[in-house]
Design a protein around this ligand. Structure first.
Ligand code: NAD
Length: 259
């Protein structure tokens, strides 16, 4: 098979959690363009529906939406059932849904701490297990988890211990699962983006205050990334082009963590 053939995702089924917005939406777009059937799984059902319809229209490949809270075990099971009923298989799982906040530990409620750990990390346990049973049965699959450069370094000046901790956990969960499921033909990798302009960071960019100036100053490329700059990596990791890659962390951060 030629190298460009290996990037194709024709006949593959991909779930993108948090696919209704930002990075998830952009990476779902890339996977759909490469030929994958897409499941946009998001808390925001209406937005997920709009994204799925748009993908179908622009790329001519089936796409569905599922409204799901990835921290709710029953909803996750129902989502996976729906995908299997609709498409009969799951080849790619992108655990991407995430939240964050800027708060010092001493000002943070225990609820806030737990919620970030729950959405950003514990959900990956739930969704990977619900999908993993099908991937193990078919003896193949790809899981990609969205971490952050904040899982590797503590970015400043904002305090975000819960976010950083959850994202570091994503990296170790990825490596652990990669080792456990290698024998089942399942590859598990993680991406670690730097500052990206999305809904998650919109308020800071719109404000264009000291925080954003600092972020750009601390990034060697002196700018935030745009969601579409993750598309190539998403296709690479989801496809056979990365067939010997598992347990790896991919930073996409304009050089931030290289310093
Ligand atoms: P975003 O807010 O634009 O999108 C997040 C999506 O996740 C939303 O559509 C939201 O509805 C969904 N979501 C949130 N909680 C959910 C839940 N419980 N169940 C299902 N869906 C849920 O944010 P984004 O910037 O696109 O972030 C996507 C991922 O990328 C997150 O994991 C985030 O931590 C990570 N990340 C973002 C940046 C950045 O600078 N934007 C940098 C590094 C990593």
């Amino acid at each position: 098979m030629s190298i460009m053939e290996r990037f194709k995702l024709t006949n593959k089924v991909a779930i993108m959690t948090g696919g209704a917005s930002g990075l998830g939406k952009a990476m779902a777009d890339a996977l759909s363009e490469a030929g994958a059937k897409l499941v946009i799984a998001d808390l925001n059902g209406e937005a997920a529906d709009r994204v799925a319809k748009d993908l179908e229209e622009r790329h001519g490949v089936p796409a569905i939406s599922v409204e799901v809270n990835v921290t709710n075990e029953k909803q996750v099971e129902a989502m996976v059932d729906k995908v299997i009923k609709t498409f009969g298989q799951i080849d790619i799982l992108f655990n991407n849904a995430g939240i964050g906040s800027h708060e010092k530990v001493e000002n943070m409620t225990y609820e806030t701490w737990k919620k970030q750990l729950d959405v950003n990390l514990n959900s990956m346990f739930l969704v990977s297990n619900a999908v993993g049973k099908y991937m193990r049965a078919q003896n193949r699959g790809v899981i990609i988890n969205t971490s952050s450069m904040s899982g590797i370094i503590v970015n400043t000046p904002q305090p975000q211990a819960a976010y950083n901790t959850s994202k570091a956990g994503v990296i170790m969960f990825t490596k652990s699962l990669a080792i456990e499921w290698a024998e089942h033909g399942i590859r598990v990798n993680t991406i670690a983006p730097g500052y990206m302009k999305t809904d998650l960071t919109r308020e800071y960019y719109e404000d264009n205050g000291d925080k954003v100036k600092k972020w750009n100053e601390l990034t060697p490329m002196k700018r935030p990334g745009t969601p579409d700059e993750l598309g190539g990596l998403a296709i690479y990791l989801a496809s056979d082009a990365s067939s010997f890659v598992t347990g790896s962390v991919f930073t996409v951060d304009g050089g931030y963590t290289a310093q």
